[in-house]
Design a protein around this ligand. Structure first.
Ligand SMILES: [Zn+2]
Length: 160
């Protein structure tokens, strides 16, 4: 069974995970503050799973008691890190593909073609019909070739 309401907080030492979890559509904060305590507090308050390479966090009482879920990432390599997360939590890599901003973690909003006319390159406008906009940073997303490249990468995160 796939758990659909998982949310994450990604430690700065495994930052690449944030982008890929957002690509899949999982609400993911990227923690850049200092002090583990701040990350732990946010995770507890918002019900987020911590992803980290920091063994200290794993020894905290809130984690060992099971009140807070944290995953100790084993590898240095982003692909293997993603494989570990996907396998451990049985994540759906196609969960809500490309539904949140990769920069801001905000849900994207649909935009019609005319609305983005002057904001995307002409060749994109001529070939794409569906667009999404981030309400925070106003970046426009569309299903171009980079989407396909990301989809292919997502496939490789699944266990063999
Ligand atoms: Zn944004």
């Amino acid at each position: 069974m796939v758990i659909s309401n998982l949310k994450f907080i990604v430690d700065h030492n495994v930052g690449k995970l944030a982008k890929w979890l957002r690509v899949m559509g999982y609400d993911t904060l990227f923690f850049t503050g200092d002090g583990d305590w701040q990350m732990v507090t946010t995770a507890l308050a918002e019900g987020r799973v911590i992803l980290t390479r920091d063994t200290q966090i794993m020894r905290r009482g809130v984690v060992t008691s099971g009140r807070l879920k944290a995953i100790l990432i084993q590898s240095d390599e982003p692909k293997q890190q993603m494989q570990q997360v996907v396998e451990t939590l049985n994540l759906d890599t196609q969960f809500r593909l490309f539904s949140i901003c990769l920069e801001c973690n905000q849900p994207l909003e649909g935009r019609d073609k005319q609305h983005v006319k002057d904001r995307v390159p002409l060749y994109v406008f001529q070939t794409q019909s569906q667009y999404m906009e981030c309400p925070t940073c106003h970046r426009i997303y569309w299903r171009g070739t980079h989407w396909q490249a990301m989809l292919n990468k997502l496939e490789r995160f699944k266990g063999s």
